[in-house]
Design a protein around this ligand. Structure first.
Ligand SMILES: *Cc1c(COP(=O)(O)O)cnc(C)c1O
Length: 397
């Protein structure tokens, strides 16, 4: 017998659960790409994408996953031989840095490990040491999906300003745009990248590079610009096909239109953030309580630095892998594999709670986890699930 039969739940940190309405909007014949509805739809999506990032600056759209947006960000602003500063807090900023290195950019790395946020004192030191301003850009990830840490992007801006350093500030928000609060302009972010398949609840295959005038000025000198990835023709183009340098991602656009309506018109961005915050708090409360009776714990100790979109759990003793197997085989839930935890890969798993996620989905995962702990005889404080239900019960309606 398996109790996993029934609707399977993919609780990995991207691709996230897609609303049925997004899927239904995509289930349609190909539209005309020269005139009509699609053209108007794209024109309407651009300002809504800006609203989600709270910015009045530019957004370029790409038919690519997040890695494509990474490459577009680098090639539009930098040249071979330039230096950038990578602030690594898990796996993803390192990956961005590896791509930069392959492009001939020199990536200086400060690695804060796999369970800590960026330490601004170390950044300040590195900036102060860079007296002739060789560092052209400082790259950070708001939420590192491997460690589930949430970095303090406004503090990073203040650190750059205090050092009077002219480097551009890049933020990777692929995991967390539309989940964790973000204000591109107020926070002084020069360039931000995100993708369609996480908080934006649409299939992988579209990504977005947001940039301000300072980043666009760097485009004038950037030696790595290529015709396809160039962001200039993609901004407010005179001819529709230049938005995507060729055929538009027709069906993604239909899906994204519905997803943006759900976020901005129906629920409201602030309410979306609040829902993610409360659901994340339920997850943390369960684990913090369970951990009082055993050795399992959340990867990020400081609650202020935990993401609202994804949670990385350290079960210890190889029990992360055991729990993932049990959850899939006995409860019908797929948890995320660990990333970048090479020192103890079997100890960890990740839970995605980004995008189209509600209380019953999170409580279903947490209830299943507690059943798994009992079945696998993993020591835990059994009031963890009850504590999580208290968070849900106490949330303002
Ligand atoms: C998912 C993710 C990426 C990579 O996105 P792809 O679409 O898989 O290329 C990069 N950065 C972060 C923070 C992510 O969560």
């Amino acid at each position: 017998m398996s109790l996993a039969n029934g609707r399977h739940y993919l609780a990995i940190p991207g691709p996230s659960v897609m609303p049925d309405r997004v899927l239904q909007a995509m289930h349609r014949p190909a539209p005309n790409i020269y005139t009509g509805e699609l053209i108007d739809m794209v024109a309407g999506i651009v300002p809504d994408l800006k609203t989600v990032a709270d910015t009045g600056h530019n957004v370029a759209m790409y038919i690519a996953n997040g890695h494509g947006a990474w490459e577009a960000a680098l090639t539009n602003t930098l040249s071979r031989g330039d230096t950038i500063l990578i602030l690594a807090t898990g796996r993803f900023c390192l990956g961005w840095g590896e791509m930069a290195t392959a492009l001939g950019i020199t990536a200086e790395i400060i690695d804060f490990g796999h369970a800590s946020a960026i330490d601004m004192d170390q950044v300040a030191e590195a900036l102060a040491a860079d007296k002739d301003h060789k560092i052209k850009a400082v790259l950070a990830v708001q939420v590192d999906t491997a460690s589930s840490v949430k970095n303090d992007i406004p503090a990073l801006r203040r650190t750059l300003d205090a050092a009077e350093h002219p480097a551009l500030l890049f933020s990777d928000n692929i995991a967390c745009l539309g989940c964790d609060e973000f204000h591109m302009d107020d926070w002084g972010v020069d360039l931000m990248v995100t993708g369609s398949q996480k908080g934006l609840m649409t299939p992988p295959g579209m990504s977005f590079v947001y940039f301000n005038a300072k980043a666009d000025a760097a485009r004038d000198k950037a030696g790595l610009v290529t015709p396809y990835w160039d962001w200039r023709p993609r901004i407010d183009p005179d001819v529709f096909y230049r938005y995507f340098c060729g055929t538009a991602p027709t069906h993604h656009i239909y899906g994204l239109r519905v997803a943006l309506d759900m976020i901005l018109k129906e629920e409201g961005l602030k309410q979306v953030w609040a829902r993610h915050a409360t659901l994340a708090r339920a997850v943390w409360t369960a684990f913090d309580t369970w951990g009082q009776g055993g050795h399992l714990r959340l990867n990020i100790a400081d609650a202020a630095r935990r993401s609202h979109a994804v949670t990385t759990v350290n079960m210890g003793g190889g029990q992360g892998a055991q729990m993932r197997a049990w959850m899939s085989e006995q409860a019908g839930v797929t948890l995320g594999i660990p990333l970048g935890m090479d020192h103890a890969p079997d100890d960890f798993f990740r839970i995605g709670h980004m995008g189209h996620v509600n209380a019953q989905m999170v409580l279903g995962v947490l209830g299943s986890l507690q059943a798994g702990m009992a079945a696998l005889q993993i020591p835990h404080e059994a009031s963890g699930l009850a504590a999580a239900t208290e968070v849900i019960a106490g949330a303002d309606a």
